[in-house]
Write a protein that binds this ligand. Structure first.
Ligand code: ZN
Length: 290
């Protein structure tokens, strides 16, 4: 996430001017020109200055002092990845975390108190995936709902899981909201190398895109074919019980991608050793070598 992406801002400015020209020029030779042309340009200016630009001006303000001392202390204590970063990378990561928190709603469900620590853990999960891709944006995907534990997957999303044999601990709803179970989010950062991290898993689903198919929207065109080949090979291995990924990865390609992302960030040595092609593809995609 770039705080102030000049190229993107200039590109949107050019596009806005072009649209205003296209909409207003045809009216210049008509009697309605004195009304239509000013209205088009007022709407265009309002869109750019009122809707598009403020987001980046706020980011630029945030980037000056992204996190407080208390925030940094929480991240150092709870997020081992952050604690191991260089000072420059910490500053960049902190800026991404602050931007993420400013641009996404996080709400507690069934009495869950969303403390600053909970918010930081959510943002730390999401930012970990996009940290080395400044050109990537999460976009507006909905509200992040923090649940007190597992929940039903019968469409009610109820936290009354009595009789439920395999409650969910996280989910990305087709409407955009992300659900995370608080105890599972917390334990993901307590045990950082067991291949399980509900935060990485669900935000990987968000990156997968609106039509989740295990092929993330941001995948370069040239990387499409190698990724699909590696995914299919490893997917078959999961089904034969010969993959390092857990069996849940064999549910469908979307779950394969999410489970592979978890393993890549949580157990990179194991992935590199047992599935070097998978490691290479994910490393290229995220521009990281964990
Ligand atoms: Zn999943």
């Amino acid at each position: 996430m770039e705080p102030f992406p000049r190229r993107r801002i200039l590109g949107r400015l050019r596009l806005t001017v072009l649209v205003c020209l296209l909409l207003s020029v045809p009216f210049l030779w008509q009697a309605r020109a004195p009304i239509v042309a000013p209205v088009v340009w007022i709407l265009g200016t309002g869109y750019f200055l009122g809707l598009f630009l403020p987001r980046y001006l706020r980011r630029r303000r945030l980037a000056r002092i992204p996190l407080s001392d208390a925030d940094r202390e929480i991240l150092e204590r709870r997020v081992s990845f952050y604690a191991a970063l260089s000072d420059a990378d910490r500053a960049e990561y902190g800026t991404d975390v602050a931007i993420f928190l400013a641009e996404h709603r996080i709400e507690g469900v069934d009495g869950v108190e969303v403390t600053r620590e909970v918010r930081l853990l959510v943002a730390a999960s999401a930012v970990r995936l996009v940290f080395r891709r400044p050109d990537w944006e999460y976009g507006d995907f909905g509200t992040i709902l923090i649940y007190p534990g597992g929940f039903r997957t019968d469409g009610t999303y109820s936290t009354d899981i009595a009789g439920e044999s395999d409650p969910a601990i996280g989910l990305v709803h087709s409407g955009g909201n992300v659900i995370l179970s608080l105890p599972h989010l917390q334990s993901a950062f307590r045990t950082g190398n067991d291949g399980l991290n509900v935060g990485y898993h669900e935000f990987a689903h968000v990156l997968d895109g609106t039509g989740p198919d295990g092929i993330p929207d941001a995948l370069d065109l040239g990387a499409y074919r190698p990724w699909v080949e590696v995914m299919q090979r490893e997917f078959e291995k999961v089904h034969k019980g010969r993959s390092l990924l857990r069996s849940y990865a064999g549910t469908d390609p979307a779950e394969f991608f999410a489970c592979a992302v978890e393993a890549f960030f949580e157990q990179p040595d194991k992935v590199r050793e047992k599935a070097p092609d998978l490691y290479a593809q994910l490393s290229r995609f995220f521009n990281q070598r964990p």
